[in-house]
Design a protein around this ligand. Structure first.
Ligand code: NAG
Ligand code: NAG
Ligand code: NAG
Ligand code: NAG
Ligand code: NAG
Ligand code: NAG
Ligand code: NAG
Ligand code: NAG
Ligand code: NAG
Length: 523
């Protein structure tokens, strides 16, 4: 979603319980509270307590603990601003009684499955410490189970009717036709992105793993899981039958100009590309196709390596939580667990299979996308899942030779979406443009290395480039320090805080005054 449309959509948001509470899109574009005492002098960017959309004592405790330990007051300020951002600003509706919560992405009033899975990932380690926060996450999962059950091909949704919140009008969605059809009371945008479904799985397993609460495994949740397997099965089949009739399970068509970015469509979608690539070998490939990327841009080739990697990892965890919780003793749980194990292995094997000609990995270099017929697109996009994020996703180890070689390529000009300027560098993507890398890519880079110098360089590339605003933006121009997109992007804030909490455990000496690791809730 482009910033301009995001701003228009946000107008629908204002008018909450506290009339005096600021619109955070505007609030986040100007330095607010006192600056930090480090050279970057980053402002305090939290709204006042009465304007916060959720309060968590456990989260406040983590902020206090981290501030006491972090040696650089500018990094401490970034943590203090970013960690609570999702709870402070994006919980538009929560009802414990209805077991429903609606979480917005930030400047756009819609709930993305991908974003929420990641917005809450940073709070995983405190779920067991804060029952009310756990209840919120359970309500998010329940709301998403409803969305996925009804519209498994969609990734972004409207508030539940119980909330009394009006749906937002998405002018982009007006200009496309989606099949199977969707209704705009429930769906904000129906781009089929395989990793959105993985976002739901990730949230479910993090919640279960921390709380051991089996009540999430209700009928609605199982219906959602069945729908996920429906999509996996449909999108792993040939899209031409033996007589070359196109077999359609999902299509998304519209005017060429709304396609982001405007470019030749090689795959389904866009005015020219409804039929997509002929590909009658999907069953053999073992990969699951997607239609859009995690950036919400159209895919060039259907088989997105990082999304399949995430699927493989999350299905493995799904099987594990069903076993650990005893669910796999029921017929339903056993069935899901078996399918999950099968598909987890099938997609993993497909990614690594260098013998079949359908190759993700050649000479230790992963392709971002492949078409199942030998074509490969070597690049990376800034959003997670990306190739750079393969270790973060849990797909492989940071020392895996294929990761090491691919990472080196991705953080160089051999990746068409890598860009470097005087002050900032990183990976961007066609979603914004080639000279606006995303700070998120530097966060991902930190998760993918043990090298102290690389970690510190990435950390300060991020910290130095907030346009003096102390929050993490979507993209940052390499030419102009003050030019960025999305002042309010909750996932980017959460992801930054999640990375610092990971360093607190993994590399405390780099960022803390002492070398003692910190894990929330542990002494
Ligand atoms: C959070 O706490 C403040 C008081 O510190 C209160 O005014 C506010 O209503 C609380 N927010 C929620 C969503 O409960
Ligand atoms: C939903 O679609 C209908 C029919 O196109 C339109 O009139 C209405 O404004 C849309 N609602 C929203 C919230 O976009
Ligand atoms: C889109 O999908 C539907 C079935 O879901 C199909 O009837 C229709 O023909 C498809 N559109 C095109 C252009 O093939
Ligand atoms: C479950 O939680 C433990 C302890 O917090 C953690 O080490 C493990 O990686 C988690 N597993 C999954 C699948 O999330
Ligand atoms: C699971 O159930 C579905 C139907 O609900 C069936 O088609 C499938 O074969 C079953 N899978 C396994 C592994 O038992
Ligand atoms: C790799 O692909 C070939 C050809 O389709 C297939 O025979 C083989 O079993 C696959 N290997 C793995 C490990 O999936
Ligand atoms: C961050 O800014 C400081 C102060 O201008 C500078 O010394 C440092 O080299 C910068 N770090 C990076 C990684 O750009
Ligand atoms: C680099 O950062 C400095 C402030 O540290 C700023 O004055 C300069 O304009 C920046 N250059 C670019 C190209 O953004
Ligand atoms: C830098 O970006 C800001 C914000 O977009 C803009 O107002 C300013 O004119 C730009 N400066 C230059 C030198 O291009």
């Amino acid at each position: 979603m482009k910033l301009s449309s995001a701003l228009i959509l946000t107008i629908a948001l204002i008018g909450s319980a506290h009339a005096q509470c600021p619109d955070f899109t505007t609030f986040s574009q100007t330095p607010q509270g006192d600056p930090s005492s480090g050279p970057l002098a980053l402002p305090f960017m939290r709204v006042t307590p009465e304007c916060r959309t959720f309060n968590s004592t456990a989260v406040e405790k983590v902020i206090t603990d981290m501030k006491a330990r972090l040696k650089d007051p500018d990094i401490a300020r970034l943590f203090e601003n970013t960690y609570p951002n999702t709870l402070d600003t994006t919980v538009k509706y929560f009802s414990k009684e209805e077991n429903l919560a609606f979480i917005i992405t930030g400047d756009i009033t819609a709930q993305w499955l991908r974003d929420t899975g990641n917005q809450f990932a940073a709070y995983t380690s405190v779920l067991a410490l804060d029952p009310s926060l756990a209840t919120l996450v359970k309500a998010v999962i329940n709301n998403e189970a409803r969305y996925v059950s009804a519209f498994p091909y969609c990734g972004s949704f409207q508030p539940p009717p119980e909330s009394g919140l009006a749906p937002s009008h998405n002018s982009f969605a007006d200009l496309v036709t989606v099949d199977p059809p969707v209704n705009n009371r429930t769906v904000f945008e129906c781009k089929y992105e395989l990793d959105s479904l993985c976002g739901f799985l990730k949230l479910s397993r993090n919640y279960y793993n921390q709380t051991k609460d089996t009540s999430i495994f209700n009928d609605q949740w199982y219906t959602a899981i069945d729908q996920i397997f429906r999509v996996v099965n449909e999108q792993s089949q040939s899209n031409f039958d033996a007589d070359f009739n196109w077999v359609s399970f999902y299509n998304w068509t519209g005017e060429p100009w709304i396609v982001e970015p405007t470019r030749q469509q090689c795959w389904r979608g866009g005015a020219e590309g409804v039929y997509g690539n002929p590909n009658d070998e999907r069953n053999i490939v073992g990969m699951v196709g997607t239609h859009h990327r995690p950036s919400d841009d159209l895919s060039t080739f259907a088989f997105l390596t990082p999304a399949n990697a995430m699927l493989s990892v999350e299905l493995g965890h799904l099987a594990d939580i069903l076993t650990a919780s005893g669910q796999s003793k029921t017929a339903q749980g056993k069935n899901v667990s078996e399918q999950a194990t099968l598909w987890s292995k099938r997609t993993r094997d497909a990614i690594w299979n260098t013998t079949a000609g359908y190759i993700s990995v050649v000479n230790n270099i992963f392709a971002y996308e492949t078409n199942g017929l030998g074509s490969r697109y070597v690049m990376d996009d800034a959003n997670v899942p990306s190739l750079l994020s393969l270790p973060y996703l849990g797909f492989l180890d940071i020392n895996d030779p294929a990761y090491v070689a691919t990472r080196k390529l991705l953080l160089s000009r051999a990746n068409p979406y890598f860009a470097a300027g005087a002050n900032f560098s990183g990976i961007g993507g066609p979603h914004v443009d080639a000279w606006n890398p995303w700070p998120m890519s530097q966060i991902t880079a930190i998760f993918g290395t043990d090298n102290d110098d690389e970690i510190m360089t990435s950390l300060y590339l991020i910290a130095n480039n907030t346009a003096g605003l102390g929050l993490i933006h979507e993209s940052q121009s390499i030419y102009n320090y003050t030019s960025y997109t999305r002042s309010w992007f909750a996932w980017a804030n959460s992801y930054f805080a999640e990375m610092l909490l990971d360093l607190a455990k993994r590399k405390p000496g780099l960022i803390f005054k002492t070398n003692e690791p910190y894990v929330p809730g542990q002494r």
